[in-house]
Design a protein around this ligand. Structure first.
Ligand SMILES: Nc1ncnc2c1ncn2[C@@H]1O[C@H](COP(=O)(O)OP(=O)(O)OP(=O)(O)O)[C@@H](O)[C@H]1O
Ligand SMILES: O=P(O)(O)OC[C@H]1O[C@H](OP(=O)(O)OP(=O)(O)O)[C@H](O)[C@@H]1O
Length: 217
């Protein structure tokens, strides 16, 4: 009997941008997560199923082997730490950057140089902690789960650490990007035990993903 493979994806951009890669491996998801409330989706391959989880939960499902493989942003992987995960391929999808942003009138350089504590609101506390520690800037981190752009506008924080792509969310809220922390794209992550035990099933899919990714680059 061939092993069943479970792929963890989040709804939205990661699901949409992974579909062509799956197709390159001959796999078609037969249900639409935007239309269905189902969390386990079938594919045309009876040996492969897709589970729909929150973007930030993908590494956890894969780490514990509840999914054999998944797709997660570098932002999410950096926060998770990557324990128990093999990360063979940068899929070059869901591309954006992690940045520090402040209200347009805020003098960030002076605030940083004066050595005062900076209040920083973010969902990405580990990444922010590392970034400011490497610069020797003292920060008070305020953990948020979304709509980070609001925090400086209502006095919750001096700065935010968030993802930026087109910059339109920052512009719409009169914020400016003052530091680029890292470029972000999504990676394929594989459970380390599954990589050994289900290698025969996984390998052709990983190879197809790799080919499709390099063709796109
Ligand atoms: N504006 C963007 N442009 C391109 N890629 C993005 C953008 N925003 C986020 N991403 C990338 O896509 C991934 C998934 O983002 P998505 O918005 O679907 O989930 P999320 O709302 O950040 O996560 P969660 O549901 O766990 O809170 C992010 O982890 C990031 O790597
Ligand atoms: O620079 P931009 O192109 O405006 O993208 C940046 C926004 O995208 C992400 O949010 P989210 O995924 O909630 O928003 P989206 O799906 O509307 O991009 C991120 O947290 C920013 O708020």
């Amino acid at each position: 009997m061939t092993a069943q493979l479970t792929l963890a994806l989040s709804k939205g951009r990661i699901f949409e941008e992974t579909l062509p890669l799956l197709e390159a491996a001959g796999i078609r998801v037969t249900e639409d997560p935007e239309k269905s409330r189902k969390l386990i989706l079938a594919t045309n391959d009876p040996g492969v199923r897709v589970i729909i989880v929150r973007a930030s939960d993908v590494p956890t499902y894969v780490q514990y082997g509840a999914a054999d493989f998944g797709v997660a942003g570098k932002d999410v992987l950096h926060e998770h730490g990557g324990e128990g995960l093999y990360q063979p391929i940068d899929l070059n999808i869901a591309k954006c950057r992690m940045s520090v942003a402040v209200s347009a009138g805020f003098d960030y350089q002076s605030a940083v140089h004066q050595g005062a504590r900076l209040r920083v609101a973010t969902k990405y506390t580990e990444t922010a902690r590392e970034h400011f520690a490497s610069k020797g800037v003292h920060v008070d981190l305020i953990k948020l789960y979304g709509s980070m752009e609001l925090a400086p506008l209502v006095g919750l924080s001096d700065a935010i650490v968030d993802l930026v792509s087109t910059g339109s969310t920052l512009r719409a809220n009169n914020l400016v990007e003052v530091e680029h922390i890292m470029d972000i794209s999504s990676r394929l992550v594989v459970n380390q035990a599954a990589l050994k035990l289900k290698r025969e099933r996984l390998q052709p899919i990983l190879e197809a993903f790799e080919r499709a990714t390099s063709l796109k680059a």
